[in-house]
Design a protein around this ligand. Structure first.
Ligand code: ADP
Ligand code: MG
Length: 424
């Protein structure tokens, strides 16, 4: 029976993926295209050896390992599997050898062409769908091959029988590719998660260490600042401008340390009902001097009576960082617009600027600790803001176009209370 034989092949095909799963702990194996190529190559050869003979041709799932190797192991792995298939096929021989060679090479072409596109896909669902589509390609080629072969044989076979045969074959092949791809994706995901956990652990210890140092540094800094302020008041001599400079740099150092401590431990000290319109108005007032200095128009449209139960100073800090970035990114005569409104889906704050914008790559890096493109930047502002908003169950979405501007959408889920909108 074809189905039984092909089910055996499904097993042969899943074997390399399972072996890969077991050894994926080892990074050298996991990233080696030779290793993937050899695993899938052995599996493809076994398929050819155990193939099913019908209509004068050999039927098996040898192309599934080929597709898998090319997609997940790259061109080198694909080449190894192709050589394994052609080698085994030659060893078996027979009159249809030339057909086997032609279809093998034709079938390999499409997945080879798809590698780049495949690697660019981001979600595993997209990759799964593409591998299924690519998995159908061999069936199509085999279908053509079968007709080509039958026309040389001049035998008349009932068309419906062949159709059924091909459909069954195609279906099993597709299921096999789908299965293999799902398992492979699961292995990759598991590895990525493990790495992520390891990285997070490292960052955590590092963060704690840095936080305690930052904390220790803050106290002497405050003392130095206090005395310098006294000297600044008393000493009107030649050192006066230097002390001003020292004081402003000290303020900067203090701001960085505060940002860092905020990042390390965003604490909600005082949770209260906050009027968001008032809060954003405060932010606007606070940053107007900076905007004026940069020649940027800072405008707002804020709905009244939007409330949230949260830590006011933390939320303010989060908005200040984001609006400050918007102002800093905007050239003279540009605009930064703050907008607050609510609807059924929640409370929304939109911060829009007509600044230099960001490329896709830059957007994806935003919020990463220490990522900055500014000379005097710290790369802490957005990270702190994102963490604060995240811990308040909010969502942040950046959309940007280079040279056009950036739009930051922040939203919080809302609950209606006594005629006013509020969020937890
Ligand atoms: P810093 O402001 O110290 O550089 P941030 O974490 O606040 O650190 O911002 C990180 C980077 O993100 C900035 O250096 C800037 O390149 C980019 N960025 C943030 N907001 C905007 C914006 N509205 N427009 C353009 N670039 C932005
Ligand atoms: Mg900033």
């Amino acid at each position: 029976m074809l189905a039984e034989k092909l089910l055996l092949h499904v097993l042969i095909i899943l074997a390399p993926v399972l072996i890969y799963y077991v050894v994926s702990e080892n990074r050298r194996f996991r990233q080696s295209s030779y290793f993937i190529g050899i695993l899938q190559g052995v599996s493809a050869s076994l398929c050819v050896i155990f193939s099913y003979y019908e209509y004068g041709l050999l039927w098996d799932l040898r192309y599934v390992p080929l597709v898998m190797a090319i997609m997940y192991g790259g061109p080198r792995a694909g080449l190894i599997v192709l050589i394994a298939i052609l080698g085994t096929r030659t060893y078996i021989g027979g009159e249809t050898l030339i057909f086997g060679f032609i279809s093998g090479i034709v079938i390999a072409v499409l997945p080879f062409l798809m590698i780049k596109k495949f690697n660019r896909l981001e979600t595993k669902k997209e990759r799964f769908l593409i591998s299924i589509v690519v998995g159908l390609w061999p069936t199509l080629v085999l279908f053509t091959k079968l007709f080509a072969y039958l026309s040389t044989q001049q035998v008349i076979i009932v068309a419906s029988e062949i159709l059924l045969f091909i459909s069954l074959f195609g279906l099993i092949q597709m299921i096999a590719v789908g299965f293999a791809s799902i398992i492979h994706e699961a292995v990759l995901e598991r590895e990525m998660m493990k790495q992520e956990i390891r990285r997070a652990e490292k960052l955590n210890t590092l963060g704690e260490l840095a936080a305690s140092i930052a904390h220790e540094v803050r106290n002497p800094l405050t003392v130095v600042k206090g005395f310098l302020q006294l000297m600044h008041k008393d000493d009107k001599g030649k050192n006066h401008p230097f002390i001003s400079l020292i004081l402003s740099e000290l303020a900067r150092a203090e701001a960085i340390i505060n940002d860092y401590l905020n990042f390390a431990k965003p604490e909600f000290k005082k949770v209260e009902q906050v009027n968001l319109g008032d809060l954003l108005h405060d932010v606007q007032l606070l940053l107007t001097p900076l905007a004026t200095k940069n020649g940027v128009h800072l405008e707002s449209y804020l709905e009244k009576n939007v409330w949230m139960e949260t830590d006011k100073s933390q939320l303010k800090q989060a908005f200040v960082n984001i609006v400050k970035n918007a102002i800093e990114a905007t050239p003279q005569d540009g605009r930064v617009h703050l907008n607050l409104f609510f609807n059924e889906s929640g409370i929304h704050i939109i911060i829009k600027d007509t600044g230099k914008g960001m490329t896709k790559d830059q957007i994806s890096r935003i919020g990463t600790l220490f990522y900055t493109t500014k000379d005097k930047g710290t790369g802490l502002g957005t990270t702190v803001s994102l963490r604060i908003i995240d811990s308040m169950n909010g969502k942040v979405d950046y959309s940007s176009e280079p040279n056009k501007g950036t739009e930051v959408k922040i939203s919080f889920p809302s609950v209606r209370q006594e005629g006013r909108v509020a969020a937890h």
